[in-house]
Design a protein around this ligand. Sequence first.
Ligand SMILES: [Zn+2]
Length: 142
Amino acid sequence: MSGVGGLRNVEAWRTRIPRYRFLGARCKSCGKLHYPPLKACPYCGSRDLEEAQLPRQGRLLAFTSVYSVEEGGREESPIFVGLIDLGVARVVAELTDVTDPSRLAAGIPVEAVFRRISEEDDEGVIVYGVKFRPVPGAGEGD
Ligand SMILES: [Zn+2]
């Protein structure tokens, strides 16, 4: 089995399969946006939520490095996990494409990308999900 070509598949999927849009859930009662989507709003308790497209770009508020990656995870360590302000919502997500950790800082622009989350499961399905990467070229002096 080979995962080669995965990124190309992601490019195709994210335009063709709605599941690969960056969706959260908006509470119809209080208007709060949640990501990942929830079945009930933790703020007001309403169960009346609808799908909502989330902005793909935001700003990194804070981040941490994680050195113990759960079994079955990637070999690389550490991974970086960030708190990201999308304006309409704040999300916690893995940061990817971090080539130089010293450039991670509160306030840098980041954008959502679809990346492999886990290897193939028993049915041969490779799971993809949203991660955030520093916006290429933004805030860099070179
Ligand atoms: Zn609510």
